[in-house]
Design a protein around this ligand. Sequence first.
Ligand code: F6P
Length: 362
Amino acid sequence: MTAMKRIGVLTSGGDCSGLNAAIRGVTLGAIKKGWEVLGIHNATDGLFVRPMRYQKLTMADFEFPYATLGGTMLGTNSSGNANLQERADGTYEELTNEQLNQRFKDAVEELGLSALVVIGGDGSMAIVSKFCKMAGISMIGIPKTIDNDAPGTDLAIGFATARAVVTDALDKLNTTAASHHRVLIAEVMGRGAGHLALESAVAGFADVALIPEIPYTYEGVVKRLKEAQANGKRHSVMVVAEGIKTPDGKHSYSCAGKFGGVSEYFVSRLAKDGFNARANVLGHIQRAGTPVAEDRILASAFAVKAVELLSEGKTNRVVCHQNGKIIDMDLNQVLKISNSPVDVNGEMVKVAQSLGIYIGER
Ligand code: F6P
């Protein structure tokens, strides 16, 4: 057992629902071991700015309603630019890498931190682990992303809630699509992975689900929509992930290099083929909302495991969910695994295809 006195916890990268439940789990687990917990604000920025930004976390912080809310009570940062830090007066200062190292080291010393729990993506974990190593403290990572493509884990915090949010949106779109005999297109997040689009499409009874992993053709989409009409279905719902591609590897919309807008592309093209279509970009609503039970349980289980690992003196580990079990892996090993896209030969693809959902050319 390690003599841990005070640990830090932070959230980094894009937010999602379930982060507060994870912060709660880390805090309660650590307090039970007699440790103190500091919540670092705005990812590692809280340790780089002067004065530092953090708060002592106690059980009272998790009285209703924080842990039941989406977002992160600690704030986050997904800019990836730690060198630019905001001063207390609102102006910015540019810090060199050496200055960042020094500030991190000073912060750890001043706050008396023995470890940091990083709730974020693998990119954030890799960066923070270097700072922790340099400052001589332990680090444990907890994966989160609505894309559910984090390496090493079957599930990441935020995915289940985002899937519920998109499914709810599809249910709503289905009713208005049916009333107007329209094609309603839901554009969902997912630049490189289509788990969210595919699973929501199955849950939300969509006719089309386009994902980055499987190239689609416009003709394939039209064929499916016409089939639905021929079978007496006068409306359709399509789910399209923002990072979809045609077989030649091209994105189908005009703003090169930028994500978003693919649903509008379909609206204008489908109009020329006689379809009454409308676009709905679900956007950041997908990252919000009351965390569903699955995310709260996963976040709590990950948090408990993270605290346990620290008490065993472990560092540079990532907690993962594999085959129904919470395990831990070495961070460097996790970083060698590529992000996990949808398995194009997997169960969910088969389910979608068997239901007649057009998922692209395969
Ligand atoms: O977490 C990844 C993600 O959800 C992507 O699916 C999406 O493209 C991106 O975040 C959007 O992030 P931002 O907050 O920068 O708009």
